[in-house]
Every structure is written in C-alpha cells, then in structure tokens.
Design a protein around this ligand. Structure first.
Ligand SMILES: [Zn+2]
Length: 327
C-alpha cells in the first residue's frame, strides 16, 4: 500500500551510518552525510543528540552542529550530563562526567552550541535540577526527564517546574525496581509529560509498548530511534565493523541489531531507524498505521513548537509489517 507521510521527525539520534555526532573529529560534511542517509529512512528533521561528556568533549561536536545550516537539523538535544550516576539509570552515560545540574554549566554549553540546544534531558534527583528546569523553560528550551531513579515526589516537583517529556520511557532507569511506586509508573501516569519510546524490540517488550501507549495516549506518545553510529550499518558483517562509538563509549552491534556495552547487558543506543519504529509499533500494538505515523512526525514536531518538513512516499506491507521508504 502506497502512503504519503509527513516527513518524519526524530527527537533523539546520536549518529547514523557509521557517523558519531559525539565524536571529537566530527565535521559538517559528516553530519550532512548522516542526515542524507537518514532521509532514506523517511526522516526529514531531527535533533542530533549529544550525551554526557566533559565540556571539552562536548564543545567540538556542538560547534559543528551549531554552524550547520542543513534544513534537517532542527536543533540539539542535550542528554545529560545532569543525570543519575547510578548503574542502570545512567545507562551508557559516562560516570566520570555525570554532574550536578548547573545554570552556569548549561549557559557555557548553550553558548558554544550557538543557542541551538532546544531540548535537555536530565534527572530530577540531581542537585540543582529544579532550578535548571525553571531556567530552561523560561529560555524556551524543553526540559525532559530521563536517566533517572527519581522518587514520585521528585518527579512531581520536576513537572511543576515545567518538565514536559519522559525521555525513552522504560529505559535509563534502575535494572530492578519495586513493583510500585516506581519511576516508570510515575512518569507514565503524569499527564503533563509526553513520553518518547524506543520501539526496536530490544529496549521494550511488545506488551510494554502496547500498555505504555494505551496509558500515555496516542497524542502524547512519540517514537524516537536513539540511534547511534551503527544505525544503517546492519548489512556489514565483518567483525571489525561491528564496534561503534558514542563519544568515548565503545559499543557492540549484534547480528540481530542490538547495540550493547561490550560484556554487559546494558543497551547503548540502538541501530533502529524511524520507519522500522513505526512498523514495530503497529505490530506490537495492533494500532492502525495512520494512528502511529503522527508519533514519529507531527507529534514530536508540535511538541518542539516546530513543523514537519516535506512529505515522504512509503510502501506499507501490513502482512510483513514492513514500512519501506521510496527514494
Ligand atoms: Zn538515553
């Protein structure tokens, strides 16, 4: 079935096609190459995402992204460094560079990024988080909750301070949680929060995706890839090609597409593409594809106060559960 889609919009992408946005030797040409490769998966706008790192590591990537005039580059998502230092909650973020939230530190990073940081993911329990959330909201920057082991009270405080999104809900939280209350239920139940989900089949089981979307609602759910450099590299089979980086962090791409920290169970980003995220969501939830496409296009765009860019032609095969983008 031939479909015309609004251009897809990915709020969280760390790299693509072997290119790592967090690499210190990032160049504008490399970013453009990644954006053009993402276009083949239907993405016409995105927020390149820079994860926890020292200011000196952050600055080179931020400067390159700040100067980029490509229409697909809609701003920078800064994920960390103001996140939980705990294993599990921290995910693949570097413990050495996790730090308390600080308006001064943010101002320095926003300055080097030319004011293009439009979304910040942070943990409410980190010292200084509430003050920074209020500062971000006043400056027109969206504040998201993620990589957190916050208490229900801390999540409530963050929402009152102006946080509006739960970043990759169900991931970036402790490996073991009390059945209730816990951080997942609190973020799921907070009506003021949109939720982004990584629907690659590894980050969340199908029943979890289905239940989360029902609880959060169709109009407050967004699909992200959280892709890293391994995305778009599935067909490479040589072992040397199966190691990728996010900044300083080395990751391993499994034959099944799962991206992990070598020797650990921890996921480290994904190799997901947004067209596959849509198809997976249809398969996992039983929703019509027309109900899922906005989660990867108009809803994230509207959440950011932006619009989608252009249209994309795709072929939807409901029997195979495949959405292929037509060049
Ligand atoms: Zn993350």
């Amino acid at each position: 079935m031939r479909l015309m889609l609004p251009g897809l919009f990915d709020l969280q992408v760390n790299g693509f096609g072997g290119i790592d946005f967090n690499a210190t030797d990032l160049t504008a040409d490399r970013v453009v190459e990644a954006l053009e490769l993402m276009r083949r998966t239907g993405v016409t706008r995105c927020l390149p995402t820079l994860i926890t790192s020292s200011f000196d590591r952050f600055a080179p990537s931020a400067r390159v992204l700040a100067r980029l005039a490509h229409p697909a580059m809609a701003g920078i998502h800064m994920e960390g460094p103001y996140v939980s230092p705990e294993d599990g909650a921290r995910g693949a973020h570097s413990r050495a560079h996790v730090q308390p939230a600080s308006i001064d530190d943010f101002a320095r990073r926003q300055d080097v990024a030319g004011g293009r940081i439009v979304l910040v993911t942070l943990a409410p329990e980190v010292p200084g988080a509430m003050t920074l959330i209020e500062h971000l909201v006043a400056a027109g920057v969206r504040a998201a909750i993620g990589h957190t082991a916050a208490t229900p009270e801390q999540i409530g405080d963050a929402v009152r301070a102006g946080a509006t999104l739960a970043t990759h809900l169900g991931n970036g939280c402790p490996q073991l949680l009390p059945r209730h209350p816990n951080v997942i239920w609190e973020l799921l139940g907070a009506d003021a929060l949109f939720a982004s989900l990584i629907v690659d089949g590894f980050h969340l089981p199908p029943a979890t995706v289905k239940s989360m979307i029902r609880a959060k609602g169709l109009d407050r759910t967004m699909l992200v890839t959280d892709a890293m450099a391994a995305a778009g590299c599935h067909d490479r089979s040589a072992p040397a090609d199966r190691r990728y980086t996010i900044g300083d962090v080395e990751c391993e791409l499994g034959a099944d597409g799962r991206v992990s920290l070598p020797g650990t169970p921890y996921l480290a980003g994904s190799s997901l593409t947004l067209n596959h995220a849509i198809a997976n969501t249809v398969r996992f939830t039983g929703l019509a594809i027309d109900a899922v496409i906005p989660m990867a296009s108009t809803i994230p765009a509207a959440y950011m106060g932006m619009t989608t860019a252009g249209t994309v032609t795709a072929d939807w095969d409901p029997d195979a559960g495949e959405l292929s983008i037509t060049p």
